[in-house]
Ligand binder design. Sequence first.
Ligand code: AP5
Length: 210
Amino acid sequence: MKLIILAAPGAGKGTQAEMLSKHFNIPTISTGAILRKNIADGTELGEIAQQYINDGKFVPDDVMINIVSKRLNEDDCKEGFILDGFPRTIKQAEALDESDIDIDKVLTIEVDDEKIIERLSGRLECKACGSTFHKEHRKPKTEGVCDNCGGALTVREDDKPEVIKDRLDTYHTQTEPLKEFYANKGMLRTAIGQEEIAQTSAEVLKALED
Ligand code: AP5
């Protein structure tokens, strides 16, 4: 399965990508996670990305296309992968289209903006492995500690309320048009992500059946 997940920030892309990665036994390529790792490691890419992310903006297309095409050519992606966070603009989608990488399906997860704001303001993230938790909806077994690797849980810089609003605006203007782009190719599958995580996971698996 070669899958793109296309959804607003906080709609549950990362959460569902984690579930699908286990279900299909394929890796998740999260562009947000790649960028945050580079920021944490203080690389040149991290320095470029930091300001865009902190302002709720997208990192330039050329930079992202380069990162993803290199990553998808690695051996672990040969049998399939989940793209979480790429493409996010028409230019990125066209670059993927023109590459030799074939995509099977594009999944969109639909959630209202109000619910997204509530989810993101309660999100906790493991800096070590990138797993996400929530203060109410997905509590870790031990407060402040990642269930998967024992790393420390933190609040992301771009989960501050004023940045969340900018991220949503950027999503609606630049990423949402991709739904039509992929619907026209017959690749789009839609899941409603409004309800709790287990129910959303069931919706997601059902949407990917055909
Ligand atoms: P990225 O890391 O991809 O961030 P994002 O798109 O803003 O998505 P999130 O990771 O915030 O949300 P999610 O949908 O994965 O939600 P989650 O599952 O955690 O990118 C970060 C930044 O990098 C971008 O803003 C951009 O600047 C840059 N960037 C990345 N890719 C780029 C690209 N291709 N081009 C240009 N720039 C790029 O869920 C959220 C919370 O809700 C969690 O706490 C979770 O536990 C909880 N939750 C999830 N589902 C449910 C549910 N059903 N019910 C209740 N709670 C739930």
